[in-house]
Structure formats: structure tokens, C-alpha cells
Design a protein around this ligand. Structure first.
Ligand SMILES: Nc1ncnc2c1ncn2[C@@H]1O[C@H](COP(=O)(O)OP(=O)(O)OP(=O)(O)O)[C@@H](O)[C@H]1O
Length: 218
């Protein structure tokens, strides 16, 4: 059974079909780069995967069950979505990293937080830092760590390094590779051709609302 399966999915906004007749299977542990021209439908594809939007036609299965029959909150615990612009709130890093525990009525797991901070090249002493003083790269890393605290099965990444410098980009790329090695499925939309082939095992090209190709890279 595939982890995510599109069966003839179309997504229509008003009169416009943004994705048309998409059929593709994504297996657990896949690392897929998603590329294609601007406006071709890549972000829409990711939004469908975590049910931020619903298919207009066709069927979308996650772990064998139609997403329309799944609780969206439970689905989003399994499928994390990281945007190009990191969404942080409150004042400190700690507030942001405590939030996933707070909403689950759980005590903050400092060991897991420190492990992830170190994996993303940040020290445990950063927790009291005000988010206003963070660089774009640091903000993006904290947003990713927040998604990863309760290990998702799938990570959807939407151009997450396009505003980052080379050093930050490498830190993020290496951390994502380790997470994939631990079994997390990665779907990464990128405009960077070198990045799209660096670690991924498949390259999905979307063009004008349709899948143009699915290339095996390894
Ligand atoms: N809710 C909506 N209503 C109308 N048009 C939409 C809606 N969502 C997306 N679109 C349009 O659908 C097309 C595909 O959008 P999408 O964001 O998926 O493209 P993309 O490939 O991710 O683009 P980019 O690489 O520029 O981020 C665009 O033309 C966009 O303007």
C-alpha cells in the first residue's frame, strides 16, 4: 500500500483547473523533489496531500484511506507542512517549541528538543532568545523543529531554503536527509535544479497542472 496515492485527482478553483487528472503513488520513505515552472501547481499538490484543500474530482488516499474520511487534525499530525516563510508566534523560541506539547497536554521533552536543535546546528541555550532577533535561516530551522517534535510520517517542504544562504541551506539539507534516513517521507518543492537532484531518490515534474514526468534518480 502506498502512503499517499492520487487517483485521477483534479483541483479546480472557480473556472480554473489548477491540477488536472493527477495519478501518482508515493511510498513510505520516499524522498521526492518536486519541480516545475512557476504557477504549475506544485504548492497546490502539497496542500492536497495534507488536506488544506480537497480534490474537486478523483480520490486521494493516505495510508489507504480516502482523505475525505479522515479527521483533518489527525491527518496533519501525520503530515507536516513547512512553508517558505516560517510561521513563528509569541516572543521566544521556547514558546514556539513548547506549543506542540501544550496542545497535547504534555510536558515539554527537553531531550528531544535539544537533539533536534543540535541537528539543526543550534545550541540548547537559544531557547530564551526572542524570535524577533533571529535570522531568516534560524526562524526556518525553528519552524522545522516545531513540526518535527512529534515525528510526522511525511514532511511537505515548500521552497523552504529559497531565502536562505548557502550555510543555512546545507544545514537544512543535511538534517532533512537524516530525517529521511529515519523513515520520514519527504516531498520537497524546490526551484533549485542542483538541490532537486542532490539527495532525492525521485524527481517529480509538474507542468501546467499535470504530471510531466516521475524520474528515478537512484
Ligand atoms: N485558490 C486559488 N484560486 C485561484 N487560483 C489559484 C488558487 N490557488 C492557486 N491558484 C493558481 O493556480 C496556479 C498554481 O498555483 P501554485 O501555487 O500551486 O503554483 P506553484 O507551482 O507552486 O508556483 P510557484 O512556483 O510560483 O510557487 C497559479 O496560477 C495560482 O495563481
Amino acid at each position: 500500500m502506498s502512503q499517499i496515492e492520487f487517483q485521477h485527482v483534479t483541483y479546480q478553483a472557480g473556472e480554473k483547473a489548477i491540477l488536472r487528472d493527477i495519478s501518482v503513488q508515493i511510498d513510505a520513505g520516499d524522498y521526492i523533489s518536486i519541480v516545475g515552472p512557476s504557477g504549475s501547481g506544485k504548492s497546490t499538490f502539497l496542500k492536497l496531500c495534507c488536506h488544506l484543500i480537497s480534490p474537486t474530482e478523483g480520490i486521494l488516499l493516505v495510508n489507504g484511506t480516502n482523505i475525505m474520511q479522515q479527521n483533518p487534525i489527525e491527518l496533519r499530525k501525520k503530515i507536516g507542512y513547512c512553508f517558505q516563510t516560517p510561521l513563528l508566534f509569541g516572543d521566544t523560541i521556547e514558546e514556539n517549541l513548547n506549543y506542540p506539547y501544550l496542545i497535547r497536554n504534555q510536558k515539554m521533552d527537553s531531550d528531544r528538543i535539544n537533539m533536534l536543535l543540535s541537528r539543526f546546528n543550534m545550541g540548547p541555550d537559544c531557547l530564551n532568545q526572542n524570535i524577533k532577533n533571529l535570522s531568516g535561516g534560524e526562524k526556518q530551522r525553528i519552524a522545522l523543529i516545531r513540526i518535527l517534535l512529534f515525528k510526522p510520517e511525511v514532511l511537505l517542504l515548500d521552497e523552504i531554503t529559497s531565502a536562505l544562504d548557502i550555510d543555512n541551506t546545507e544545514i537544512v539539507e543535511k538534517a532533512i536527509q537524516i530525517l529521511n534516513g529515519e523513515g520520514i517521507t519527504i516531498l520537497w518543492v524546490t526551484h533549485n535544479p542542483a538541490q532537486s537532484r542532490k539527495y532525492a531518490d525521485k524527481l517529480l515534474t509538474i507542468d501546467n497542472g499535470q504530471i510531466k514526468s516521475l524520474e528515478m534518480l537512484k
